[in-house]
Design a protein around this ligand. Sequence first.
Ligand code: FAD
Length: 511
Amino acid sequence: MEYDVLIVGAGHNALVAGAYLAQAGYRVGVFERRDIAGGAVSTKEIVPGYQFDLGGSAHILIRLTPIIDELNLNAYGLEYLELDPLFFAPFPDQDSIFIYRDIAQTVDHLDAKFPGQGQTYQRFVDDWRDFSLVVRDWFLTSPGPFQLGKKMVTGPSSRLNWQKAFQQILRPYGDVVASYFSEEKIRAPLVWMAAQSGPPPTEPLTGPFVLWQPLYHEGGIARPRGGSGMLTQALQRHIEAHGGTVHLNAPVEEILVEGKRAVGVRVHGEAVTARAVLSGTHVLETFGKLLPEAHRPPGAENVRVGNGFGAIVRLALDAPVEYAAHPGKDARVALQLVCRDTAQILAAYGDYMRGEPTRDPPIVAMTFSAVDDTLAPPGGEVLWLWAQYYPYDLAGSAHWDAIADGVADRIIDTFETYAPGTRDKIAGQLFQHPLWLERELGLYRGNVMHLEMSIDQMFMMRPFMGMSSYRAHLKGLYLTGASTHPGGGIMGASGRNAARVVLKDLDRKRI
Ligand SMILES: Cc1cc2nc3c(=O)[nH]c(=O)nc-3n(C[C@H](O)[C@H](O)[C@H](O)COP(=O)(O)OP(=O)(O)OC[C@H]3O[C@@H](n4cnc5c(N)ncnc54)[C@H](O)[C@@H]3O)c2cc1C
């Protein structure tokens, strides 16, 4: 056996798992298809002098976990820069609002603009703080009924009025927000932020997407200095410092099976063996491509990958962004929720349902060079414009390669109405549409969360019933990544949960 654990793909969850296993003294080998580790958490110099993230950028969920401390990632070069204000929302009439890390500051700011709405924000956060902590605990737990049930009767859960909580959880998040706030300029940014997980504001059972708003105040929003990929670079260094190896340009061609047991992988035509194989790729890659047909589990082909939902224009600018509504730096530090009103999100979703890229996109704009001077040359800026909704399969004969430039222009034009002059500052750009995300990052059908984040594919049902415990159907085969509980986003919880399962089995010599 060359390795104790062989890991397929170097996405951040796989690397988190690898780091825990290497730290526990096991021989870890990671095999990554691309020339850089990190998957959808990686950063590259795409325009000379400008560091572009290629996937996720805002680090929120991982900072609610103990991962950074347990792996001592600061010692491997990870340094987080805090964003405060957390959110900035500009409006076409030049009005704007901020949400700060400090709740009291946010309440005062909102009350000064819209009397009473700040107090409502306080009530909203107070009502849902305990629930959001329960959700965080669920995310850090293997999703069995026993484990989740136990969390419901202990800790912050025991203080919750579950009857009241269920009423809101079962609702669409758009309705939850409307039931609290009367002011559209507060509703729109909250709904737009909740929409980042994919499902639209009208989808039942999505209340939790907005009910974890208190967690933004709890853990903050941050950026690794040097780019999002510095998290995965630190994880790679950690694994290597503990005797592991991260092989790049090493696509796994097949997971090798003997009897009913995974025994290794084939890479560049060579067999590499291990006591356990942990796959961190998309579940359709693992089960649909890498496992020999005779060993594929029933059910895998029924997962709902959806039809893409977001696209992002990355811009290298030669001067900072200036919002008409708030030219100051505060606006550039925050995540910028550029969305007129909830109706704009719904209309964009309507375009998407017809198979068309939306013509009027709500945008999350990010200008992390405001807090990190390593991302752009002096005086320059990196600007990301994440927009929704964009179908992977387009209506009629349209093809992404033909329409990409026009769609990117539309996103830039929309942003230009909030920050005039941006277009003239562009020194280079990259447009990542759903087909690009599939081709380059292995995100099937452009879904950045791997699978739809709907209730039928969460917890015990992710990726599908009977496959949610990180142990796959073959002895020695394990799963991690956004295809598993708790799903997509930069969190690492799936990697940590999976590592604990693999460690248990290794320690008990089950494998
Ligand atoms: C454009 C974009 C913006 C986003 N914004 C945010 C954000 O701001 N905040 C946030 O929290 N989340 C964000 N996300 C979501 C988040 O980044 C992802 O959900 C998450 O990073 C997925 O991580 P993962 O561990 O599942 O692995 P992935 O990142 O999916 O990595 C899987 C890895 O496996 C490799 N692989 C695949 N097949 C093989 C093979 N056969 N052999 C070897 N290697 C293989 C791939 O190359 C890849 O490196 C964003 C994602 C994208 C794409």
